[in-house]
Design a protein around this ligand. Structure first.
Ligand code: FAD
Length: 441
């Protein structure tokens, strides 16, 4: 029996549970360490917020989840399941049959997935990994963890470690010149839960990604004015779909009198700055940065976003990619990790992996892609997904998923949350059916 068959999986969100399931299917024994008291990671709604609303004080209480109370998925349920464990259709829903269901529906799905995959015995809840040390001469990885109920700390050895700790907990803030002059409130979307807090206020939202757009629409129902500042605008634009939302360029500075000055010179006196500026990757337990480096949100070196060339295949990361279909990518990456660890899929040599990572960085440099987008798969998702599928012996997946994803992104960018309820279910049903017929024939 291969010596790496005892694997530590860190985190019991979608990535950890999926990785564990694939590892078990390949005959490995698995311990899933989860610091929370429930499975599901991000999808466990937590009404608590952090003592520092912008999440910069290292001594604050850390809340893992970033969901807001009303959150509905931004992707349709058909692409929120797994290839061999699909998200149930509306007729078998867990209570919310909508195509873009609430977060409760997703959590129920994840819980059923974990139960049906027999993961119960592998999970340790309330188990926070404190340190993963470089392997000793025997090649064993030492995992130091704390039982949060008793406070006791223990160490255990494993043949391999799969890191699945997510990347939507540590707020990332932009540089706003003169922010020390700001007299209003500041909050990061990580600590946003309900719109009522912004009643009658003038709110500046920085960032026009998924959360920025979604939250702006919700807040606009109670706030006096909502102003979204982003890199994509050069001038002020009034949004057609709402009477009180404006789009602005980035913020030039906060002026002496505390008002916001946008890059086009427009001033604004506001009550709150709400940062929807994304998150930082963090791996505090990986020997204080010795095992992996994070440079402007580029985690490296990682071969194909998963394996560390130096420590492969014993140290891997699942769920690092973004701007893609999370569940599908997580599943393919998990199958790849499990297959490589079992000696099925083969990795190239270290030099080749390092060269591949360098080639990616050089391509990014030449194409003007900033480092912080190193793990953003748009527009490379189809290619990456087919590459992963080939590594694990699957035929290329039909492209309806990519098309559906792009269609949902278009809906998000329309700045009108009606896209969720006006989704053309019949059109997609037919598309999926003809794809499965093609696959069968
Ligand atoms: P997480 O779900 O974050 O899980 C990581 C787990 O690791 C957590 O349980 C955490 O407690 C645990 N952990 C961390 N550190 C330690 C440690 N040291 N020791 C032990 N345990 C640890 N995706 C979609 O597909 N559709 C959507 O509509 C969608 N909407 C989203 C909306 C918001 C606001 C956010 C933030 C994300 C959304 N996502 C969506 C993306 C979502 O993050 C992924 O779908 C997926 O849940 C990520 O899973 P994960 O396991 O990688 O990370």
């Amino acid at each position: 029996m291969a010596r790496w068959q005892r694997v530590a999986v860190i985190g019991a969100g979608v990535a950890g549970l999926t990785a564990a399931r694939e590892l078990l299917l390949h005959g490995h024994s698995v311990v899933i360490f989860e610091r929370g008291d429930r499975l599901g990671g991000t999808w466990v709604y937590d009404s608590r917020t952090e003592s520092d609303p912008i999440g910069q004080d290292p001594s604050r209480n850390i809340v893992h989840g970033s969901l807001y109370r009303s959150l509905r998925t931004n992707l349709p349920r058909q692409i929120m399941g797994f290839l061999d464990y699909p998200f149930p259709g509306p007729e078998r829903s867990y209570g919310d049959p909508r195509t873009f269901p609430s977060h409760e529906e997703v959590l129920a799905f994840i819980e059923h997935f974990a139960r049906d995959s027999g993961l119960g015995d592998s999970v340790r809840l309330g188990a926070q990994v404190l340190r993963v040390a470089q392997p000793g001469p025997e090649g064993d990885w030492v995992v130091e963890w704390r039982d949060l109920a008793s406070g006791s700390v223990a160490t255990e050895t494993f043949g391999a470690v799969v890191v699945c700790t997510g990347h939507t907990t540590q707020p990332r803030l932009p540089d706003v010149p003169g922010i020390e002059r700001w007299r209003g409130k500041q909050i990061h979307s990580h600590n946003y839960r309900i719109a009522e807090t912004f009643k009658d206020q003038i709110v500046v939202i920085i960032g026009k990604g998924t959360s920025g757009i979604d939250i702006s629409l919700e807040i606009s129902t109670v706030a006096k004015e909502v102003h979204i500042s982003s890199r994509s605008e050069d001038n002020v634009i009034k949004l057609d779909s709402r009477s009180n939302i404006w789009l602005h360029p980035t913020i030039k500075c906060i002026s002496e009198d505390g008002s916001v000055i946008f890059r086009d010179g427009t001033p604004l006196t506001a009550d709150v700055i709400l940062y929807c500026t994304g998150y930082e990757y963090q791996f505090p337990f990986l020997e204080a940065g010795k095992l992996i480096s994070v440079n402007d949100n580029c985690v490296g070196p990682l071969y194909k976003h998963v394996f560390h060339p130096l420590w492969a295949p014993w140290l891997s990361f699942v769920g690092i990619t973004n701007k893609a279909i999370p569940f599908l990518l997580i599943e393919l990456q998990s199958k790849w990790v499990a297959s490589v660890l079992s000696g099925g899929a083969k990795l190239p040599g270290k030099e080749e992996m390092v060269a591949s990572v360098e080639e990616t960085y050089s391509f990014m440099g030449k194409s003007g892609v900033p480092k912080r987008h190193a793990h953003a798969l748009y527009p490379y998702q189809p290619e990456y997904k087919d590459w992963l599928a080939a590594e694990i012996g699957l035929a290329p997946l039909d492209d309806w998923r990519d098309q559906m994803y792009l269609s949902a992104v278009e809906g998000i960018l329309s700045h009108d949350d009606a896209y969720r309820d006006s989704w053309d279910d019949d059109f997609w049903r037919e598309k999926i059916e003809s794809a499965s017929q093609r696959a069968r024939s």
